[in-house]
Design a protein around this ligand. Structure first.
Ligand code: ADP
Ligand code: GLC
Length: 487
């Protein structure tokens, strides 16, 4: 089966969050199962300059403001996964974040930038841009790629099957309705049964409405987005799609996240030989200027600092954490008010709270390895990868019971501890009080080394593999590709 993956981020070339990790791993896992997979991505500098062995496939234009567009086919460094790069310098050759300019505002031409990605993906799917490789199925990710599904649906004779995966329903790709005609889609598509969302164009809705199947990155989030609490206004669209919506949990790339082989750690370790983890902790404390104390419970957090991640809750309970003698190591960037508040707390408690603002992939690994508990108190979490990485590193996640967090962490209740199934700590209400109770439970449990080690062993034995996720995607693909084309 030939599968075209459409996305904007891909690890290790360009990453703002977990989406990149997924696109860095899923194609390889599908290929390992026998699928013929290629990616199509915008030619942002971090991608266009790194993809190897690029060859021109075709040229076209003008389109969406770009005079001439070159479609090139190359290979991902290391993994060798084939990737089409949409080389449209006018739209893509600019530094920094893929979605925003340096001042934090969305690029003013995002409508054209991501319309281009959707258009190219759909025309590859139709066999018009590269007749030598015509996909049976196109799999588009998040709003950036959503329009591809509308273009496929609008193209008479395009028989490519379509799947759209929502990694985050809060990002909806909204643009003024007046821009719609520039897309060249039939006028009827600018209605409630199309791209229209409260008198705007939504690229997310293009994916949700026009893809044959919609998936999201955990079974719980698939259920949650059908409700007003988590649906971000799209719950009606989700409900309308009924059984076409399902959840497939993300996995962990063991090449990237493995405490036994992680080259960034001062000491490697495994469930059998845990000694290295203490060295990672002591080194992290020293690196961050925290009090060197292996017995102080170390809470870690690696995150975008946004409303989604529930970090205001953490700020509210930080005094309790400090009072208990625990420590916090935080790495993140985002909301300037949150950044300032955490920095202020670090200044106030330098021996117990360390905050690093910024993005640092290698340090994130050291932080996960050196912590005892990984905090993920999200208001909503489609899947969440940090808790999965933490489990693998024997760092027990403390999470709010939502979305993928609920699907991957087993709370240390008395019963779960007795049956050796506990892997972390969960709380329900998005309140400081509920977080505090979970935090104090974690600190109390940490005082019982045998119990803690038992939980670590169980956490590290969890198998969140991409192989399992890729099998689920292939089974879903097989439901909708034309008969005779299945692997
Ligand atoms: P989201 O995609 O919503 O940000 P995930 O948990 O799915 O959340 O994925 C986040 C990914 O980004 C993880 O790989 C995490 O380690 C990484 N990450 C987030 N913030 C930082 C940071 N400041 N430095 C390094 N890595 C980060
Ligand atoms: C989004 C979600 C996160 C998920 C990631 C990868 O960024 O916020 O929960 O893990 O996508 O699917």
């Amino acid at each position: 089966m030939k599968v075209l993956q459409v996305a904007t981020e891909i690890f290790p070339l360009l990453k703002t969050g977990g989406l990149a990790d997924v696109l860095g791993a899923l194609p390889q896992a599908l290929i390992a199962l026998g699928a013929d997979v290629r990616l199509v991505v915008p030619g942002l500098p971090a991608i266009a300059d790194a993809v190897e062995k690029q060859e021109l496939v075709c040229e076209f234009g003008p389109l969406f403001g770009a005079g001439r567009v070159m479609l090139r086919l190359g290979r991902m460094p290391r993994s060798r996964v084939p990737v089409y790069v949409v080389d449209a310098p006018y739209l893509y050759r600019r530094p920094g974040d893929p979605y925003r300019s340096a001042d934090g505002a969305e690029w003013s031409d995002n409508f054209h930038r991501f319309a281009m990605l959707g258009w190219v993906a759909a025309h590859l799917a139709a066999g018009e841009l590269d007749p030598r490789w015509v996909p049976d199925l196109m799999h588009a990710h998040d709003w950036h790629a959503g329009l591809a599904c509308a273009y496929v649906a609008a193209h008479p004779g395009n028989r490519c099957a379509t799947v759209f995966t929502v990694h985050n329903l809060a990002f909806q790709g909204l643009f003024p309705a007046e821009e719609f005609p520039a897309l060249g889609l039939p006028r009827k598509h600018m209605g409630p049964r199309g791209l229209e969302f409260h008198n705007q164009v939504s690229f997310l809705k293009a994916g949700l409405h026009f893809a044959q199947r919609v998936t999201t990155v955990s079974p719980s989030y698939a259920r949650e987005i059908a409700t007003p609490e988590f649906g971000c206004g799209m719950e009606g669209v989700i409900l309308e799609r009924g059984a076409d919506v399902s959840g497939i949990l993300n996995g962990v790339d063991p090449e990237v996240w493995n405490p036994l082989t992680d080259a960034g750690l001062v000491a490697n370790y495994s469930a059998k030989f845990l000694g290295g983890k203490t060295r990672c902790k002591v080194t992290l404390q020293a690196e961050l200027g925290l009090k060197p104390d292996p017995l102080a419970p170390m809470f870690g957090l690696v995150s975008r600092l946004t409303q989604q991640k529930g970090l205001d809750l953490l700020l509210a309970v930080l005094p309790d954490l400090v009072r208990s003698g625990a420590q916090l190591a935080l790495q993140g960037s985002g909301d300037t008010a949150l950044e300032a508040a955490f920095l202020a707390s670090a200044k106030e408690h330098p021996a117990q709270v360390a905050v690093r603002i910024g993005y640092d992939e290698t340090f994130a690994h050291r932080l996960v390895a050196g912590s005892d508990v990984m905090l993920v108190p999200s208001r909503f979490e489609p899947c969440g990868l940090t808790q999965l990485y933490a489990l693998r590193y024997g760092t027990l996640p403390l999470v709010r019971r939502v979305g993928g967090l609920a699907d991957t962490v087993v709370d240390a209740t008395d019963e779960a501890l007795r049956s050796d199934t506990a892997s972390g700590f969960c709380f329900d209400e998005a309140t400081p009080q509920a977080l505090k109770v979970a935090l104090l439970r974690a600190i109390e449990t940490f005082r019982h080394p045998t119990l803690w080690q038992q939980m670590m062993q169980h956490a590290m034995a969890q198998d969140f593999s991409w192989d399992g996720a890729a099998r689920s995607y292939l089974a879903l693909y097989a439901q909708i590709v034309q008969p005779g084309l299945r692997v």
